[in-house]
Ligand binder design. Structure first.
Ligand SMILES: Cc1ncc(COP(=O)(O)O)c(C=O)c1O
Length: 375
């Protein structure tokens, strides 16, 4: 049995353990848009309630059609899932992966999906020493080394790398790569005869960095997107993937019918049209992320890494501090993400979602108070 990796956002367990209602838990561990549901999405969910007496569309066809228009790619190049996590969990199996390379430290579900598919998982990690810059040169060198191996396993029975996962912007580091690095990576993956999976769950906060448009011309690239984070609907479960029609159809064959429910489809269709919410969210995040970063940087002993997403990676002095801080804040109903269980995180770090100003101020105060106690 392969256990679930730990994730942020487990407010239910925290509320239970602290005897609080969920409304009284302040969650900095899952990075959800602090502006909450957009009014148009809320209305769409209300309107769709009457549809729940029917099965939803078997493969979310209306939403796929709308996504196809939105991204200007053919419908057959799109697949919608019950959260992008559902798609991630079947991708290695659908591709017949035997050896995946994960650019870490990152979302742990890539490794889990590879292992579930019976594939090997190799990590190439960014490090705190290089400010978590994604190690694209190292990945390309590794792929280059194996070119010429073709399908054959090595003498030790290790298959060549056939699947590469890049999270962009990356969680928990918040890092993006340059256009040149992306093309360098895509070329290397193509030459190695492998596939590149780019998870853009957080890209709406830096939309110009998206690589989704490249799926129109590439047989190598598959891009994942999520409605969860940006549209604040983690409880509805909705994500999608865009890629070559053949790959998309292989993924579809692994999914159960009706995996996307009617409320989620309706919410996503409304969300896609909501340009006002999109603009407001991006503007808000730019400002508040800067303000929050500056406030945290005033606290002695914290190193706050720059981020292109709606969360910050914060380095502390010792792992004990991280564990104590996580526990102490939890008793106050504040949940933060201890990054210890991300493979490849080699220094004491926490991840903090950027929330509304008053909530961020409360966290800053609480962290200051706790760290002062131990100094
Ligand atoms: C990087 C990344 N990708 C994908 C997901 C899954 O998102 P969802 O299944 O809600 O679309 C998460 C969730 O935390 C994530 O952090």
């Amino acid at each position: 049995m392969i256990p679930f990796p730990l994730h942020g956002g487990n407010v239910h367990a925290v509320a239970r353990s602290q005897g609080r209602s969920i409304q009284h838990v302040l969650d900095f561990s899952a990075s959800i848009n602090p502006l909450g549901l957009s009014p148009s999405v809320r209305r769409a969910i209300h309107r769709a309630i009457s549809l729940t007496i029917h099965y939803p569309e078997i493969d979310a066809q209306s939403l796929r059609a709308q996504l196809a228009k939105f991204h200007r790619i053919p419908e057959e190049c799109l697949i919608v899932g019950n959260g992008s996590a559902e798609l991630i969990s079947v991708i290695p199996r659908a591709l017949g992966s035997r050896h995946g390379l994960v650019i870490g430290p990152t979302f742990m579900e890539f490794e889990r999906a590879l292992i579930l598919a019976g594939a090997r998982c190799t990590y190439v990690h960014a490090t705190s020493m290089t400010r978590y810059a994604p190690p694209i040169d190292d990945v390309c060198a590794l792929l280059h080394k194996q070119s010429g191996m073709r399908e054959k396993p090595s003498r030790r029975g290790i298959h060549p790398i056939d699947t590469i996962f890049l999270c962009h912007p990356n969680s928990p580091t918040g890092q993006v790569i340059s256009r040149a690095s992306f093309h360098q990576l895509l070329d290397s993956v193509q030459q190695a005869g492998a596939r590149l999976i780019v998870d853009e769950a957080f890209v709406d906060y830096c939309a110009t960095r998206s690589v989704l448009r490249h799926v129109r011309k590439s047989e190598t690239l598959l891009v994942l997107r999520s409605f969860t984070k940006f549209f604040a609907i983690p409880g509805l479960r909705l994500g999608y993937a865009a890629g070559p029609a053949k790959v998309v159809s292989q993924i579809r064959s692994m999914l159960p019918p009706w995996s996307v429910n009617a409320l989620a489809s309706a919410a996503a269709e409304a969300a896609l049209c909501d340009t006002t919410y999109r603009r407001r969210s991006v503007q808000f995040m730019k400002q508040e992320r800067t303000r929050f970063t500056q406030a945290l940087r005033q606290i002695p002993g914290l190193r706050v890494h720059p981020s292109s997403a709606n969360f910050l990676l914060v380095q502390l002095k010792a792992q004990d501090q991280v564990s104590l801080l996580t526990q102490e804040l939890c008793t106050q109903g504040i949940v933060i993400r201890n990054c210890q269980n991300f493979a490849g995180v080699d220094v004491p770090t926490i991840r903090l979602a950027v929330r509304r100003p008053k909530e961020n101020d409360r966290l800053v105060k609480a962290v200051k108070r706790e760290l002062k106690k131990w100094s």
